[in-house]
Design a protein around this ligand. Structure first.
Ligand code: NIG
Length: 381
């Protein structure tokens, strides 16, 4: 059965041929888009939804979250707002709470956050392990994530667990832990940062994951300059995430590569870091994605609209760049062509705004403008 969405005041397709249309229509059948174009040319369909002049755009593609967790870090946040710096040491607090939680508790918490994101327009979401940090808890995190999320990343190399020897822990990540998560995850990631994993350790994990056929991602350059971006590019990672502190060489390397720079503005704000240099990256020709980094420590929000508004208001991205980065950019960071775009054949994942144009996402920051959401052709809001 085909459904015609008509009365679209502004349709952001992210399709290179169609671009952004006014007075547009969209047709989907089952879970796929089958037509998009000018309302006057729309084909007949079995049913019709009139959005009465509102803006329609792809659902958000949130390519970076850490939502398999238990516990709460409000006290750490309060201390940070009182001036204590973010060091990522709080990851160990979440590891303790996550290990102590039952499978049911972890799954319910993940589902609650994924639903919260979907309500706000996120129709494709990646999430990571990384709060287990032993073979058993990383494996169950991967299993629980695979039941709920569109994309799952193994992040055993998130932090050396308290009391462990770093080199022995890297051996475990590269061996038994990777074996235990195989089949549940498409990606592997490493937190390459002072206090987490150094250049040699990061390279070991990336190599081991690559040898098992996993795609690669890197947490890099979050708290200072370092080798994360360079390694991500050298290994052909799909994405390097954070990119808050970049040298000119990092920017050039990203611009000359297929590696997406995934920026996490809500994290930069919540950890009182400078905002990532989006303009430098875009002007150099790098591909930029925006993601929420939803997690209980450094960025406890699932709001992609907040990230888009911040990117426009504070990072000097244009509204069209920010919307692209939070949809098609996220899809590129996940190496997917079926989401983040409203082209024929893509997933029928889209949102209707209570606004005539996407500009209102930044013009009216903080206002919950997502009115309706369709995912895989099903109305979920
Ligand atoms: O992306 N940087 C490492 N990992 C997360 C933080 C997780 C936490 O603090 O719990 C991040 O910000």
């Amino acid at each position: 059965m085909a459904t015609l969405v008509t009365g679209i005041g502004e349709l952001t397709t992210n399709d290179p041929e169609l671009g952004k249309l006014t007075n547009a229509a969209l047709v989907f059948s089952g879970d796929r888009v089958v037509w998009a174009g000018a309302a006057a040319d729309a084909p007949a369909a079995d049913e019709r939804v009139d959005v009465e002049g509102r803006a329609v755009l792809p659902g958000w593609v949130d390519s970076h979250t850490h939502l398999v967790f238990a516990g709460d870090r409000t006290a750490e946040f309060e201390a940070r707002m009182a001036g204590k710096p973010y060091t990522a040491g709080g990851i160990a607090v979440t590891v303790g709470a996550t290990r102590a939680a039952s499978d049911e508790e972890l799954a319910a918490n993940l589902r609650r956050h994924v639903d919260e994101a979907a309500y706000q327009g996120t129709t494709c979401l990646e999430t990571k392990t990384g709060y287990g940090l032993n073979v058993e808890d990383e494996a169950r995190s991967a299993r629980i994530a695979a039941e709920v999320a569109d994309e799952v990343t193994f992040l055993g190399a998130h932090l050396v667990p308290p009391g462990a020897d770093a080199e022995s822990y890297v051996d475990l990540v590269c061996g038994d832990m990777l074996d235990a998560v195989a089949g549940q995850v498409r990606w592997a990631d490493v937190f390459c940062e002072t206090g987490a994993f150094d250049e040699a350790q990061t390279a070991r994990v990336l190599k081991a994951a690559q040898e098992r056929g996993l795609g690669l991602r890197v947490h890099g350059n979050q708290l200072g300059e370092g080798p994360g971006v360079r390694l991500a590019v050298e290994f052909g990672a799909a994405s390097v995430d954070h990119c808050t502190y970049l040298t000119d060489n990092d920017v050039e390397a990203l611009a000359a590569s297929e590696t997406v720079a995934t920026l996490l503005p809500a994290c930069d704000l919540s950890t009182r870091q400078p905002l990532a240099p989006a303009r430098r990256l875009l002007d150099a020709g790098a591909t930029v994605a925006l993601a929420s980094n939803a997690n209980p420590g450094s960025s406890y929000t699932t709001s992609m609209a907040f990230c888009v508004a911040t990117a426009v208001l504070q990072m000097r991205m244009t509204i069209d760049e920010a919307v692209w980065s939070a949809t098609a950019g996220g899809a590129e960071a996940l190496r997917r062509e079926d989401v983040g775009v409203l082209s024929v054949g893509a997933r029928a994942d889209f949102q209707v705004l209570e606004a005539p144009s996407v500009t209102h996402l930044a013009y009216r920051p903080g206002v919950p403008l997502t009115k309706n959401v369709w995912r895989l052709g099903q109305r979920i809001r």
